[in-house]
Design a protein around this ligand. Sequence first.
Ligand code: ATP
Ligand code: MG
Length: 250
Amino acid sequence: MSVPESHPRYHSLKMRELIIEGMEKGLVAKAGLIAHGRGEAFDYMMGEKSLPPAIRASRAAAAMLASAQKPVISVNGNTAVLAVRELVELSGLLGAPLEINLFYRTEERIARLTEFLEEHSASNILGAEPDNKIPGLDHDRALCCADGIYSADVILVPLEDGDRAKALADMGKMTIVIDLNPLSRSSKTATIAIVDELTRAIPMLAANVRELKGLSSQSPADLDKIVGEFDNQKNLSDIIQEMSGYLSSI
Ligand code: ATP
Ligand code: MG
């Protein structure tokens, strides 16, 4: 199946196609289809665009990533198939590894995702040989790499499951979550939640990182100030206000 570019919902249908193909290739878990659908519903409620609070969150997240000592990008099936190029670009910009971190972990899916990332020129991939655990999580969901998530100071966890986002916060990590649902536990427990669609959010984040890193006048104190001024609870309530405003204007 191929979606004609003239279709008014081209981008949305294209993403569905990528997720379905990703599942058929063993990259995306079945539950990934459901997670994507939940995201689509929230995107409708924000007019399928990046709202001002998400733009502010992206700026704060970029400052946090730009000043991180050891940033890591967590990757799952959905994020890989939707935004592989942008994730690889961000990984290069930050010198941050891409750690494959799956809720429904199977060795086969890890191998396929590793291959998929390599095909897209990712050079810094972790996750195939986890040698540590995130405390407080059971079974395979706890597995992580000592050199990656376990020792990172800032972790970008797009579409993370709420339980694991909380466990990372309990470890003292600073987490940046990308999630269209402002009510999710992931959004609430993140240090910074960017409530936006992944394929809009990752390029915006990369552009902000590029800009902040490129500003020679930007001191570590300036970056800390941008991060310090960000209040996640307030930002989530701003997003909800924006969404209700949008819905009542229809
Ligand atoms: P909680 O965080 O409350 O524990 P959960 O993490 O278990 O919930 P899931 O449905 O597993 O909930 O998580 C998927 C999340 O990812 C949903 O909240 C959905 O809004 C979000 N999501 C799905 N696709 C995208 C996307 N393309 N861009 C941004 N967010 C998305
Ligand atoms: Mg979640």
